[in-house]
Design a protein. Structure first.
Length: 176
């Protein structure tokens, strides 16, 4: 796993862990707005103090929940655990990234480019540059006939592989 992927996954995990604190803060804020709204201008001084304190408290809890995960991922990315092999290049990692991208693709593309999957041509789990030489090398037996397989949401090219439903050999065969 690359160091950028480790940091991005740490950020995503930290956000997920901190999400309940943000949700609680949003609910608290909605209830407080209703209560202070009923008081009108008379409740304004208390509302200003309340809103400032509660916003700071929920922000602090959210940060405290998120920080250890993000810091751990940042530290891990600096160790030898990081490599130049992408998470997407392993079947399990590709499956996990596909699910994550299917659920949060736009947000990942915007905020976490290291784990956002892009449309690519792949052979044996690796990206192939889309120039004539690289494609000819990747597909030496190509013919003029083309079949395009489009997988569903939350999947990668691994979705086209089948395990035999019967028999003892776990050899994987592709639809193609």
């Amino acid at each position: 796993m690359r160091d950028g992927e480790i940091r991005a996954l740490g950020n995503v995990a930290g956000q997920a862990i901190a999400r309940p604190a943000r949700l609680a803060g949003d609910i608290h804020g909605a209830v407080a707005r209703r209560a202070f709204g009923a008081l009108g201008i008379l409740g304004l001084p208390a509302r200003v103090v309340h809103d400032g304190i509660s916003a700071a408290a929920y922000r602090s809890v959210s940060t405290a929940l998120r920080a250890p995960v993000r810091a751990g991922a940042a530290a891990l990315s600096l160790t030898r655990a990081a490599s130049q092999v992408s998470l997407a290049d392993s079947p399990g990692g590709g499956l996990a990234l596909a699910a994550l991208n299917g659920a949060f693709g736009d947000a990942l593309a915007r905020d976490h480019r290291d784990i956002a999957l892009e449309l690519t041509v792949r052979v044996h789990g690796r990206d192939v540059p889309t120039n004539s030489e690289a494609l000819a090398a990747a597909f030496p037996e190509a013919t003029p006939r083309v079949a395009v397989f489009i997988h569903g949401l939350c999947e990668t090219e691994d979705a086209w592989r089948l395990l035999p439903l019967t028999g003892r050999t776990p050899a994987r065969r592709s639809y193609g």
